[in-house]
Ligand binder design. Structure first.
Ligand SMILES: Cc1cc2nc3c(=O)[nH]c(=O)nc-3n(C[C@H](O)[C@H](O)[C@H](O)COP(=O)(O)O)c2cc1C
Length: 209
């Protein structure tokens, strides 16, 4: 394996979903730009590039989002009982206020239409493309030494209203981004015994399911 490949694998395995380790320090503009360019370099069905990135710095907007996340956390917590409820109570699910900024990533199903090459049979292929942009962003941020955290404790209409996202365009992710003290070696959910990453053998099949 050459040195370049080693670097990529190292970043893939160092990447974490970060909630608690943000310092709140500024992100230099050139680094943010590189990260967004990496996201924009993702593959997309029919080269539709159906993503947009809303960089949210406004503390009032982030606070409003955070209040909503807290309420949705309570909604989820109310579905839990016993040991799961106790475990979840100790798990931090976002770093919206502590991170430097947020990036909301959206999906426009009309982008590149009406005939998106490769999407006629699988409508979700557009959404998959946005997720690849998010993963590129996440890995690039890790390579830049920054932390990223995906927050999905929200209702889409709330985020659409909060950020003025036009009808028909879906918010896909709210990402927290910023410098961190360190990346944890073990995912938070494993450290809190919520779930464990399974051996890859569990996921590999040969010739048939
Ligand atoms: C689609 C998606 C949504 C997620 N939503 C949240 C979330 O709302 N809050 C949170 O703390 N982590 C969230 N995560 C992070 C996962 O919990 C995390 O990726 C997983 O536990 C594995 O940890 P790792 O990313 O550090 O390897 C989300 C991840 C994905 C891919």
């Amino acid at each position: 394996m050459n040195a370049q490949n080693t670097g990529l694998y190292e970043v893939i395995h160092r990447r974490r979903d970060v909630r608690a380790e943000y310092t709140g320090a500024p992100i230099p503009e050139d680094r943010l730009r590189r990260i967004l360019e990496a996201a924009h370099a993702a593959p997309s069905v029919g080269l539709s590039q159906p993503w947009d990135f809303i960089v949210v710095r406004d503390p009032a907007v982030r606070r409003a989002f955070h209040d909503h996340v807290r309420a949705e956390r309570d909604v989820f917590a109310a579905t839990l009982t016993g040991e799961a409820a106790a475990r979840f109570a100790g798990i931090k699910i976002d770093g919206v206020l502590e991170s430097t900024l947020s990036i909301a990533v959206t999906y426009d199903p009309e982008r590149g239409g009406p005939a998106v090459l490769g999407r006629h049979a699988i409508a979700d292929a557009g959404l998959y493309s946005v997720c690849l942009a998010i993963q590129n962003l996440w890995l690039a941020a890790t390579a830049e030494g920054l932390g990223t955290g995906w927050v999905s404790f929200y209702r889409e209409p709330f985020v659409r209203d909060l950020l003025g996202i036009p009808d028909g365009i879906r918010p896909v992710a709210w990402l927290c981004l910023g410098p961190v003290t360190h990346h944890q070696e073990v995912p938070d959910l494993e450290r809190h015994a919520w779930r464990h990453r399974e051996p890859v053998e569990r996921a590999i099949h040969h010739d048939r399911w």
